[in-house]
Design a binder for this molecule. Structure first.
Ligand code: BES
Ligand code: ZN
Ligand code: ZN
Length: 480
């Protein structure tokens, strides 16, 4: 999708359709909208869409009046949804060139960026494996602006939207097409394109490093594991902080010997969504160039019940020397993250954020609206929450109290990999804390938010690409 900024009145922009946000309780007199407000046909409610032909005073072939809700509630997140819903509506009608008229009251950089992000995100379809020739997409999206200076915001919006779709495309790939090695190839190609350092650790390296927890998960599969490391260095760093982004990259989770039920198991191709989000975030970071050093660490494995697979009761030794009793082989995410966290610390990361589709329990706790957020200290919690709020990617803090460690006691090893029936998201986070040790760290459990089971007006069904934007904002806004 080609993104442009057109510095002219919206009415003069040429496009097959011009999106015009209209607000609740505010009778809009532009482009023939007044009559619709007067007749009660339009109220301006969020995402209410009305398509007009031959609207007066516009060059565009059509006008799409797009409900924006109450003006006092309108923010960048609403703008993103509005533009996404409008784009999805228009492309279903085979329209290919679209412009959006920024309302003068909501024409700041965040709104401009969000309008573009929404359009790019709305245009994404998880249809890469459909062979039909009836695929629809938007070719051109223009921002009609009355005031100059929105180019940088437009660029940022494009970079963020494309990075998030890059992540969604990775998550959308099924496990036969996205093996750990294929994920490393995708990361390598991306790094080469955008000038990031990239190193891929193979099984031999991991054995030498003593990554017994990660390797224990990988052993049941014929697909070899990898640890993908991506590095970004600012030209001039503002401080000494080094942010480490660690993401769960289980390309398929059968559960292993503690095998999952068949019903719905196909969805477990998305168990690498945390890792894909880190790779997507690095793609944007490489282009937006924050002043902080950032590295990503993505352990990729396939969790399979092969004849060499680890068994319940097995005891593995993690890279930091701790022994783990594997009570349930389906709690594999925390095992691979354990060694990735240790490795990130040894590489000099001063602050860590991990994202993982880690537990079904977090979906029970927060449904699909909020990711679970666990923080080892308030400073990191506040940084990540501020970024998540600014980006409209919702997260909710859950407890990380040491008292919960009780549940992870093992009679035979230093720690067990599961903590019993209750508080599953909390005990999983507490397990990870043993490996983040004293490094300021936030864990995001995205099991409920990385995948949409039903489409939204502004987003297709399938991978959401969360929390790419939050991570990028965290790096961009970093102050030591
Ligand atoms: N990948 C799953 C978590 C998951 C479950 C994500 C359902 C999305 C939907 C993870 O590896 C897992 O299987 N976790 C177990 C942990 C349990 C064995 C302690 C779970 O949540 O059931
Ligand atoms: Zn599992
Ligand atoms: Zn898993």
């Amino acid at each position: 999708m080609k993104i442009t900024v057109e510095l002219k009145p919206a009415g003069q922009v040429e496009a097959e359709a011009l999106i015009v946000p209209v607000f609740e309780g505010r009778r809009d007199a532009r482009f023939g909208a007044a009559a619709f407000f007067d007749s009660g046909e339009i109220a301006g409610k969020p995402l209410e869409l009305t398509l007009l032909h031959h609207a007066p005073g516009v060059r565009a072939t059509r006008v799409l009046l797009a409900g924006a809700g109450k003006p006092e509630k309108f923010d960048a997140a609403e703008m993103r949804r509005l533009s996404g819903a409008a784009v999805r509506y228009l492309k279903a009608k085979s329209i290919r060139t679209v412009a959006i008229a920024l309302d003068p009251e909501f024409a700041g950089e965040d709104f401009a960026s969000a309008a573009i992000e929404g359009a790019i995100l709305g245009d994404f379809e998880p249809d890469r494996y459909k062979t039909g020739d009836d695929k629809k997409s938007i070719d051109g999206f223009a921002l009609a602006a009355d005031t100059p200076g929105l180019e940088a915001a437009a660029r940022r919006g494009r970079i963020l939207g494309e990075a998030q779709n890059f992540t969604r495309d990775l998550v959308n790939r099924p496990a036969n097409r996205l093996t750990p090695l294929a994920m490393a190839d995708a990361a390598r190609a991306m790094a080469a394109e955008f000038g990031l350092e990239c190193e891929v650790l193979d099984r031999d390296r991991m054995e030498k490093l003593g990554m017994g927890a990660l390797l224990g998960v990988a052993i049941g599969s014929a697909q070899p594991p990898v640890l993908i490391v991506l590095g970004y260095r600012p030209a001039t760093a503002q401080g000494s902080a080094h942010l480490g982004l660690v993401g769960k990259g289980v390309t398929f989770d059968t559960g292993g010997i503690s095998i999952k039920p068949a019903d719905g198991m196909e969805k477990m191709k998305y168990d690498m969504a945390g890792g894909a989000a880190m790779i997507g975030a690095m793609r944007a970071i490489a282009q937006l160039r924050p002043a902080i050093r950032v590295s990503a660490f993505v352990p990729c494995v396939e969790n399979m019940p092969g004849s060499r697979a680890q068994r319940p009761g097995d005891i593995v030794t993690a890279m930091n020397g701790k022994t783990i009793e594997v009570i349930n082989t389906d709690a594999e995410g925390r095992l691979i993250l354990a060694d990735a966290l240790t490795y990130a610390r040894r590489q000099g990361c001063t602050h860590l954020v991990d994202a993982a589709t880690l537990t079904g329990a977090v979906v029970v706790a927060l449904a699909h609206l909020n990711a679970g957020l666990f923080a080892s200290e308030d400073g990191m919690r506040d940084r990540v929450l501020a970024a998540s709020r600014a980006e409209g990617e919702r997260m909710w803090p859950l407890p990380l109290e040491d008292d919960y460690k009780e549940y992870l006691k093992s009679s035979f090893a230093d720690i067990a990999n599961v903590g019993g029936r209750w508080g599953g998201a909390v005990t999983a986070a507490l397990f990870l804390k043993e490996f983040a040790e004293d490094t300021p760290w936030v864990h995001l459990d995205i099991a409920g938010t990385a995948w949409l089971d039903e489409p939204k007006p502004y987003l297709a069904k399938g991978p959401t690409g969360l929390p790419v934007r939050t991570l990028v904002r965290l790096a961009m806004d970093w102050k030591d």
